[in-house]
Design a binder for this molecule. Structure first.
Ligand code: 6PG
Length: 262
């Protein structure tokens, strides 16, 4: 099957959140209690739009409780009750309000002193047991990865200039980067790119220039991490402010909710 990339522009941030939630619910509907869909969540502020829309959705949310297994695309080296923890955000704004059973959540243990050991342990959580072609690996790919993008073009905790998570040896890496919280865990580029679906969410004018560089790079511009990640289906959900610098003639752009999963 050919990989697809769609850019869907919504008028504002709340509508972006609602489009993400509708997509999320459609993917969740593909799961069953015996074979839940695997979804990886991110941190930062953008997931709050998704979580708020899921809390308010009138769609059928039972699948979220019975047919989804939740993972994380990255985590900061903090305790799970820290305001900086990606798990903490998801727990407070999504898992707890929607009564998601803790047994359906596989969190990265950012509090571990041995982060490399935790990366190895989490990698084992991504194994399905069966040997999966075409990658010749026991890793089960994600059905959906929800990602944000930083102003510098990072995504998950794959930062410009840091090659660690571009490695091919492991699905999860511990990285050290020049950020307030410098130690983090992240899914690798290679593992993220095996995903069935990748949903990027970006909101706000301060992202507009980087969005243009990621989605419409000009020759000579270095490839940013967010441009390196794509699944079989990749959807960029942007609000109008984040899309402001895109060339509107780009045929991949749709306005409104063009996010039906393949
Ligand atoms: C993290 C992330 C990170 C995030 C971007 C965008 O833990 O920080 O997973 O990759 O998605 O920094 O963050 P915003 O949503 O706050 O813009």
């Amino acid at each position: 099957m050919t990989a697809t990339l769609t850019i869907s522009v919504l008028p504002d941030a709340p509508q972006l959140g609602r489009a993400a939630a509708e997509y999320f619910l459609r993917v969740a509907a593909l799961g069953t209690p015996r074979r839940p869909v695997w979804v990886a969540l991110s941190g930062g502020s953008t997931p709050r739009l998704l979580y708020a829309a899921l809390r308010e959705s009138e769609g059928d949310r039972r699948q979220l409780r019975s047919a989804v297994r939740y993972y994380f695309a990255d985590e900061r080296a903090v305790s799970p009750d820290s305001e900086d923890s990606n798990y903490h955000l998801a727990h407070r704004e999504f898992f707890e309000p929607l009564a998601i059973d803790p047994s359906a959540v596989a969190r990265m243990r950012g509090e571990c002193t041995d982060l490399n050991g935790e990366a190895t342990r989490y990698g084992a959580e991504l194994e399905s047991g069966a040997l999966n072609s075409p990658h010749n690996s026991r890793l089960r790919p994600m059905d959906l990865v929800v990602l944000g993008m930083g102003n510098d073009g990072h995504t998950a905790s794959i930062f410009p200039g840091d090659p660690t998570a571009l490695g091919l040896h492991k699905p999860v890496y511990a990285v050290t980067i020049a950020q307030k919280i410098s130690r983090r865990l992240t899914l690798s580029r290679d593992y993220l790119c095996r995903a069935e679906r990748v949903l990027f969410m970006a909101s706000g004018e301060e992202k507009a220039e980087t969005i243009r560089r990621v989605l419409q790079p000009v020759p000579g511009e270095p490839e940013l991490p967010a441009a390196m990640i794509h699944g079989s289906e990749t959807i960029w959900l942007l609000d109008a402010a984040a899309a402001r610098q895109l060339d509107a003639g780009d045929r991949r752009i749709t306005h409104g909710d063009g996010t039906k999963p393949a």
